[in-house]
Design a protein around this ligand. Sequence first.
Ligand SMILES: Nc1ncnc2c1ncn2[C@@H]1O[C@H](COP(=O)(O)OP(=O)(O)OP(=O)(O)O)[C@@H](O)[C@H]1O
Ligand SMILES: [Mg+2]
Length: 222
Amino acid sequence: MSGGFRGTGLVKHYRRGAESVAALAGVDLAVAAGEFVALVGPSGSGKSTLLALLCGWETADAGQLTYAGDLAGRRPDALGWPELALVPQALGLVADLSLADNVLLPARLRGTLADDGPRAAALLAGFGLDHLADRYPHQASLGEQQRVAVARALLLRPAVLLADEPTAHQDRGHADRLLDAVRAAADDGAAVLVATHDEIAWSRADRVLSMRDGLVTAGAPV
Ligand SMILES: Nc1ncnc2c1ncn2[C@@H]1O[C@H](COP(=O)(O)OP(=O)(O)OP(=O)(O)O)[C@@H](O)[C@H]1O
Ligand SMILES: [Mg+2]
């Protein structure tokens, strides 16, 4: 399955009463299938807001968002885990599922639990989580929970992978293993966009986009 995406003139304001925050001020970006793009920028520059639009959690006030290939014509909020997988900045694990069941959640929703069991086990082992499989999120460290969120996103080899600072809570060794897996997803054909402050992640990416004050200021497509 292939599916790059393109955003043009994306604008998003957050309103609270009379106050309005321009989180995105007209973002243009494109990520092709097979490409790993890193999204960098200071805290508050709009990275998470952009990912929230791309995954359909939020809708843009203006601008166009289109998915390509097998995802052409689809709305982001209608895409499932095999099509679009997200690693949220706040992780979003299900509290009353074990870590293994959190990783398997996309397979459970797709109805392919048995088929996807071996890949889930391999991801857990690869991220140093196999001995924690039966624990619940509140019994795991933040870094361990984050690796579960990345494994969940990778499980079904999604066409689009969006990850919000996926190495933020990792030591260098674990961060490198997560980045190897993200790099492999792109090499297998996924369109990958990773918001990150991790300079090693930038070096693993094909391209780096810089954000500032709600705009992509450098590295935007010409
Ligand atoms: N729900 C909200 N209501 C009001 N303002 C918001 C909301 N969510 C985000 N913002 C504001 O929008 C701007 C962009 O926030 P965003 O979370 O996208 O930044 P970020 O680049 O992801 O930052 P960080 O590196 O800290 O994660 C910030 O000024 C933030 O305060
Ligand atoms: Mg953020």
